[in-house]
Design a protein around this ligand. Structure first.
Ligand code: MG
Length: 225
């Protein structure tokens, strides 16, 4: 007997939004702008260094261009730093988009009376900035961020808070995410049904332990009939 799904929770980055592509576009724009402003470096070399910094400090690191320029040229030239920041901001607005079929699928899920939520490891303001830029902020009444529990997935706390806020039972929830060890294992541990977002670009193994696997966002409508 199939379980009745009353709430669907989503991971944000690489599940609703193609964050890696977005980051790449922003960084490429910044590197081109820094070279244009006078920085002497090959584009590929600059990108490699920037990704190393993100690897070291996390993808939300705020001082990426200061650190990068300090490493590359000593004291950062303010003109070059400003060029990087402006290019990044301009691209941030234009390139942050939901994956195909996200909006019509969310609308249809809402029409069916399904509660929609986000459970993300992003900090609270970053998560809302991303949702507002994507124009997805009206869809989600429940948004659980790193600041709400202080714990990252796959810890149970963020999942349990989402379930509590939705006022449903764990087994009535579906969690959709792109990383098996973080999203799928975490949601499974608290008793949620799980859906692996294969389109998110994480390395997919045939052995992925998820109740469902989707290659396109709209396949959710086949799971939640
Ligand atoms: Mg993700």
């Amino acid at each position: 007997m199939p379980r009745k799904i009353r709430a669907v929770f989503f991971d944000l980055d690489n599940t609703l939004v193609d964050f890696l592509r977005f980051k790449r576009m922003c960084l490429e724009g910044s590197v081109e702008a820094m070279i244009d402003a006078g920085l002497k470096i090959e584009k590929d070399e600059a990108l490699r260094k920037l990704y190393e910094l993100y690897e070291k400090y996390g993808m939300e690191y705020k001082h990426i261009f200061d650190d990068f320029l300090r490493e590359t040229m000593g004291e950062p030239d303010p003109k070059i730093l400003a060029a990087a920041i402006v290019a990044y901001r301009q691209r941030r607005i234009s390139f942050l988009e939901p994956y195909p079929h996200v909006i019509p699928t969310l609308l249809e899920l809402m029409r069916k009376g399904i509660k929609l939520g986000i459970i993300t490891d992003a900090p609270k303001l970053k998560a809302w900035l991303r949702l507002c830029t994507l124009k997805l902020h009206h869809f989600f009444k429940i948004v659980v961020t790193l600041d709400d529990t202080g714990k990252r997935k796959p810890s149970p706390e963020p999942f349990l808070l989402g379930i509590e806020l939705a006022g449903v039972k764990p087994r009535e929830c579906l969690y959709v995410g792109d990383r098996e060890e973080i999203d799928i294992f975490g949601a499974k541990k608290v008793g949620m049904l799980t859906c692996f977002a294969k389109y998110g670009g994480a390395e997919y193994k045939e052995t992925v332990v998820s109740d469902y696997v989707i290659e396109d966002f709209e396949e959710l409508l086949e799971i939640i009939k």
